[in-house]
Design a protein around this ligand. Structure first.
Ligand code: ADP
Ligand code: ASP
Ligand code: MG
Length: 465
């Protein structure tokens, strides 16, 4: 069996759905038993979440909100020759839930997740119906009917220890020869509440199914040629990396490479199942294969970045040589359920970065009881990732000298525990320039603003690595 996950843009138009059904058919013909996981049609999850918020407004017409979502799908369905009946029940249910929100003017995390779930529930039905029209024995399933049981952390749910066994049991019940087309992103608690695994979570769903079912391979089909040396939207000459280790892929995903949800690698790594990242719009490309070990010749694998970062600086001279400073600091982060990305420490200082989505006011008040605290918004982190990056002499020096040359101040640095990355924090307004300059340094190509200017003056030649 192979698990094949298709992201939002891969199910975003009639052409792309036609393409993915062709891809599934060719794997099916070669005897690979596809297990298909799909995301919502691109833009639909955002639209659903916006509709949920709008339903709270006075005088809103719920029918209008549902119409926006229905129109988006009915256009697709019409182009594909799929009858709207296949997802009629889902849209009716969505309308009822939005009515409920608008009536009581209350939107809980539980209801938000239920509303967000409709994107995948509808897209799975459209894809399965279109695949059937094209001669495949496909059937749509909601993940929770195939064992995807989670805890009740709405918006960021986690699977339970029993989940993998429940998945195996449920999937055994599917008749032989049927190609399941399953909703990514969603699950359900033991009490029957629908949950979501976090934005971009369909990758994680695919990996959970892959691990539970002992798949030969987990394929993530998306809109780029694989994991690239940088986000191609920021670095136009970024190129595809052929092989990436599990550790490198995790580091890249945690530090901002949107191509994979950060948790995707965990289930695959546990069962040692290769993950491949492939391009729906270039299916004959090699893509990227993510494996347990790769041999690096000392080169860097990729550069990734994260915007909307807050830096919190916690200083306490009083705590010099005193026990328990770190414990005090981090127990507060845990009490406020705030997860930190990077940490740098000295005897009397702890500096951390975290995503701006957190409200840190309560935490900061508590920290101020025993430390001087400064909060710096508007920061971005950049991570230079590659097996052995930290221990390789010169990586840090190269990062500093390139950024220094560009006049970009590094406000914090941190190294990953497993020697696969070095991260730095810069001001958000310098981010693009910094990433371009670092990509130029490690991979060749245009090397940042100053280098571009110098090149125009004929002093520097552009290089390609
Ligand atoms: P999907 O809808 O298929 O899940 P996403 O938009 O979530 O697709 O992820 C694919 C996008 O990730 C790409 O279009 C690209 O802009 C972005 N991306 C960021 N960093 C990287 C990287 N290092 N390699 C490849 N893509 C990246
Ligand atoms: N549809 C969900 C989202 O937009 C999940 C996913 O695409 O992976 O976040
Ligand atoms: Mg994604």
């Amino acid at each position: 069996m192979i698990v094949m996950k298709f992201g939002g843009t891969s199910v975003g138009s009639a052409e792309s759905i036609t393409a993915i059904v062709g891809i599934v058919a060719s794997f099916s013909k070669s005897g690979k038993s596809p297990f298909v996981v799909v995301s919502a049609v691109s833009g639909v999850t955002d639209l659903l979440l916006a509709s949920a918020r709008k339903a709270l407004e006075k005088g809103v017409l719920v029918g209008e909100l549902v119409k926006g979502i229905r129109d988006k799908h009915s256009l697709l369905a019409r182009q594909l020759g799929v009858p709207e009946e296949v997802y009629f029940a889902e849209l009716t249910e969505l309308e009822h839930v939005l009515f409920g929100v608008s009536l009581v003017r209350e939107l809980t995390p539980r209801t938000t997740d239920r509303i967000a779930s409709f994107g995948e529930r509808v897209s799975a039905r459209i894809v399965a119906a279109f695949a059937r029209n094209n001669g495949l024995n496909a059937r749509a399933f909601d993940a929770y009917d195939l064992g995807m049981v989670t805890d009740g952390s709405f918006g960021n749910a986690e699977i339970l220890p029993a989940t993998q066994a429940l998945i195996r049991k449920a999937v055994k019940g599917i008749p032989r020869g049927v190609i399941p087309v399953v909703t990514g992103f969603i699950g359900r608690t033991g009490d029957g509440d629908i949950t979501t695994l976090g934005r971009g979570g369909s990758d994680y769903s695919a990996s959970i199914y892959g691990a539970a079912l002992g798949a030969e391979e987990i394929q993530i089909w998306t809109d780029v040629d694989g994991v690239m040396t940088a986000d191609p939207r920021m670095v136009p000459d970024a190129r595809t990396v052929g092989v990436v280790s599990f550790e490198e892929a995790s580091e890249l995903a945690y530090f901002g490479a949107k191509v994979l949800h950060p948790k995707t690698i965990i289930p695959a790594m546990e069962k040692d199942i290769p993950v491949r990242v492939l391009n729906t719009f270039n299916p004959s490309g090699k893509g990227t294969t993510i494996l347990r070990t790769v041999s690096r010749d000392g080169s860097i694998t990729a550069i990734t970045s994260k915007k909307n970062i807050l830096v919190i600086n916690i200083n306490s001279a009083r705590m010099l040589l005193a026990y328990g400073f770190m414990e005090k600091v981090f127990s507060l982060f845990s009490e406020y359920r705030i997860s930190v990305d990077m940490i740098a420490t000295s005897e009397v200082n702890v500096t951390v970065t975290l995503e701006r989505k957190y409200d840190v006011s309560g935490l900061v008040e508590r920290l101020k009881e025993f430390a001087n605290v400064t909060v710096l918004p508007g920061r971005a982190s950049i991570s230079v990732v590659g097996e052995g990056a930290r221990s390789r002499p010169g990586t840090g020096a190269r990062i500093f000298s390139v950024l220094g040359r560009e006049g970009i101040n590094v406000e914090m640095t941190s190294q990953s525990y497993n020697d696969v990355g070095v991260s730095v924090v810069v001001r958000e307004e310098s981010l693009n320039e910094a990433v371009l300059a670092l990509h130029g340094e490690f991979f060749g190509g245009v090397q940042g603003k100053r280098a571009v200017k110098a090149a125009h003056r004929g002093k520097v030649k552009f290089t390609r690595g």
